[in-house]
Write a protein that binds this ligand. Structure first.
Ligand code: ZN
Length: 358
């Protein structure tokens, strides 16, 4: 079995793609203006090696288990044409990553392992390596790649990983190649076709935007990695062809790199961090409406009830399936916003809180 030769080709291709995009980011002056601190650099560089080590371990584990228990399956699909093997590997890889990523936003336990990805205040190619070690170990599509390799589909896995690497690296990169396409209306049919199939920088930037209030970001949508198809199919796609101005977590506790990468084995020192030993999200619902004068603007109303900035969103809906509700205030006015979350006319109070008194 020649699988031992395989990762080398992949590693060369991955490094070449990263060097290409890194060069473009440097040329565009991105690293002069970065918001990254020492912890960000450390965790992004270590994160890169964590992924490489995890993938290698997964391949070794699958070969070891396969040889011990199911040796008949070794290379059993090696006669498959690349035209069959590539979509078989890549589509299953990407749809499983879509759901894993989506679950990471919907379930608190997994969110803590993906949170580091969204703690990045800047975009850039290294952002794609920001996830905890546990997140990578449990990533279904990495295991799928190892299984396909064992089954004899290594050429398809390599080609698939290269395609994926180009799309994922470019969608995180500060060199936003799609900007040019949006500016030229006559390119629209091609632009539309490309963005409806592949994840573009604008599409993925929206997922990294700090909050939905900017009308561009949707941190609880656009979960796709290589293909935008899954988001369209499962109702989470948002195409704006614009880029958010602010990235990162709404409630950032500036956690150290080791807590981000090694949670739950290492925890964050600040008690208010979601990664601390004592952190617990608690419902912050009230019994009286919030009556204040609001200035004109876009606001996010907390619907999950966990926000500490009631009745407004502070990002704590991450780890739940509930999204905040966006509402506009056109001119300065006094509002009465629901805090008990029982209202039938959110975000406004409909006196449902009176039922709590009985
Ligand atoms: Zn995410």
């Amino acid at each position: 079995m020649n699988w031992l030769n395989i990762p080398n080709i992949d590693v060369y291709a991955v490094v070449a793609i990263l060097v290409f995009f890194a060069a473009l980011e440097v040329i565009h002056g991105h690293y002069h203006e970065t918001h990254r601190n020492k912890h960000d650099w450390t965790l992004e560089l270590i994160g890169f090696f964590v992924v490489a080590a995890t993938k290698t371990m997964q391949v070794l584990a699958v070969v070891w288990i396969g040889d011990a228990l199911l040796p008949a399956y070794s290379n059993v699909l090696s006669s498959w044409s690349i035209w069959l093997a590539l979509p078989f590997y890549l589509l299953i890889d990407d749809v499983s990553q879509y759901w894993y990523h989506r679950f990471a936003h919907e379930y608190e336990w997994l969110w803590k392992h993906h949170r580091v990805h969204h703690a990045a205040k800047d975009m850039g190619i290294l952002v794609s390596y920001r996830n905890s070690w546990v997140y990578y170990m449990l990533m279904p599509n990495l295991w799928w790649g190892a299984i396909c390799t064992y089954l004899g589909l290594a050429p398809a896995v390599i080609l698939g990983l290269i395609i994926k690497q180009v799309v994922v690296t470019s969608s995180h990169s500060t060199w936003t190649w799609d900007r040019f396409w949006y500016r030229h209306k006559w390119l629209n049919p091609i632009t539309t076709a490309v963005e409806r199939i592949f994840v573009t920088p604008a599409f993925h930037y929206s997922h990294h935007g700090r909050s939905m209030a900017d009308n561009i970001s949707d941190p609880n949508g656009n979960f796709g990695n290589t293909f935008s198809l899954w988001d369209q199919l499962f109702g989470t796609a948002k195409f704006t062809r614009q880029y958010p101005a602010e990235f990162g977590l709404q409630e950032d506790t500036d956690d150290p790199w080791y807590a981000h990468l090694l949670y739950p084995f290492m925890k964050a020192p600040k008690a208010e961090s979601e990664l601390s030993k004592t952190f617990k999200k608690e419902k912050q619902t009230g019994t009286e409406p919030y009556r204040e004068v609001l200035q004109p603007g876009t606001y996010l109303y907390c619907q999950c009830g966990y926000s500490k900035d009631q009745p407004f969103c502070n990002g704590y809906h991450n780890g739940t399936k509930i999204k905040p509700m966006k509402f506009e205030v056109k001119s300065e006015r006094r509002v009465s916003l629901c805090t008990c979350k029982l209202t039938k006319t959110p975000p406004y109070c409909d006196d449902s809180h009176l039922s709590l008194r009985s």
